[in-house]
Design a protein around this ligand. Structure first.
Ligand SMILES: Cc1cc2nc3c(=O)[nH]c(=O)nc-3n(C[C@H](O)[C@H](O)[C@H](O)COP(=O)(O)O)c2cc1C
Length: 316
């Protein structure tokens, strides 16, 4: 089985990806959080920094584009090819209202004529330039049955992979994944399929693997996002147990030092660290008071006290 790290905007930045790879590894492909090119700005300086090969040299990285305009996509993609990339992923899943109202992300799934036109242009560009085009998609915007037509569109094009998060836009990340629709895709997709969604425990991984393994369309790959964020040991340990040991603090240090190198002042670095703690907190028991003090910290000194208290408690 291959394992992919899902794109998580604001979180799986290059500092995080490198820290994860160095500490835990075991990831076959990392998907970078989306970039959102425009006609006047195909790649921002920050996009370049995040995707630059020297900042990602030990990773197998796929950039992701959030876009509904073929020319804008192709302009950005050409620059990514120049940077050495051989696969680009189209975001057809983002559920944020500011994105979908512009018919991007999951908003692409409403106007199938436009989706078809976009795929036609970018897949042909891919074929002509040797660039693989993959898609990460939800089932639809408002109704799961939209997926029947959506899959028909995807089936018209040779995608390198179709990564399916079997929810609709209005689900956000709530409720159970709509697994019957993933099964339908396994039967009907002409493109290689990857599963994404709610893989939090080894047992979740086992169940999906068993469900998909005999389907010729399954690409033997699972994409994990929050499961790895919450418990970075999930794939690293045979049983997926999330018990914290020194490795976690090594991982933390890589991220913390990495952000300090590229950001200032304290509050910007701490903002990113606190976002991570909202996930890590779900894997750590008995440290509520210490985590609360981390969340309240405004300066490195305060943050470090909270961190050291957690370390002392968990490593005792
Ligand atoms: C904070 C956050 C940021 C995300 N950013 C992106 C993104 O940039 N591109 C994307 O395709 N999906 C994004 N997603 C969706 C995830 O890639 C993934 O599809 C989702 O979390 C479901 O998988 P999981 O249950 O394994 O987390 C984001 C999700 C979260 C929670």
């Amino acid at each position: 089985m291959k394992y992919y790290f899902a794109p998580l905007e604001g979180i799986t930045r290059y500092v995080y990806r490198n820290a994860f790879e160095k500490t835990f590894g075991g990831i076959d492909k990392y998907f970078a959080p989306f970039i959102s090119p425009t006609k006047d700005s195909p790649l921002t300086p920050r996009n370049r920094m995040e995707l630059e090969s020297e900042n990602n040299s030990s990773l197998n990285l796929v950039p992701q584009i959030l876009c509904n305009n073929p020319e804008v996509f192709i302009d950005a993609a050409s620059r990514l090819i120049d940077m050495g990339y051989k696969e680009i992923n189209l975001n057809a899943g983002c559920h944020s209202a500011t994105v979908t109202s512009k018919k991007k992300g999951a908003g692409l799934l409403e106007d199938l004529y436009n989706l078809e036109r976009l795929l036609d242009s970018i897949v042909n560009f891919g074929l002509a330039s040797g660039l693989k085009i993959s898609v990460k998609t939800r089932l639809g915007r408002f109704d799961q049955d939209e997926f029947f037509k959506v899959l028909e569109i995807y089936n018209e094009f040779p995608l390198s992979e179709l990564i399916i998060h079997p929810r609709i836009e209005k689900d956000f990340y709530k409720g159970d994944v709509r697994i019957d629709f993933f099964k339908y895709a396994l039967e009907e997709s002409k493109n290689p399929i990857v599963y994404n969604g709610d893989l939090f425990k080894k047992d979740d991984i086992r169940k999906i693997s068993q469900l998909a393994e005999n389907s010729p369309a399954f690409n033997d790959a699972l994409m994990l996002g929050r499961g790895l964020l919450i418990n970075p040991y999930l794939l690293f340990r045979q049983d997926g147990d999330g018990k914290i040991d020194q490795l976690f603090f090594k991982f933390h240090k890589e991220i913390y030092e990495g952000y300090k190198e590229i950001m200032s002042p304290d509050k910007n670095v701490l903002y990113h660290m606190k976002e991570l703690w909202t996930y890590w907190a779900r894997n750590i028991e008995g440290c509520d008071k210490e985590i609360k003090s981390i969340m309240k910290s405004k300066r490195y000194e305060e943050y470090d006290i909270g961190l050291n208290n957690i370390k002392a408690k968990l490593m005792a």
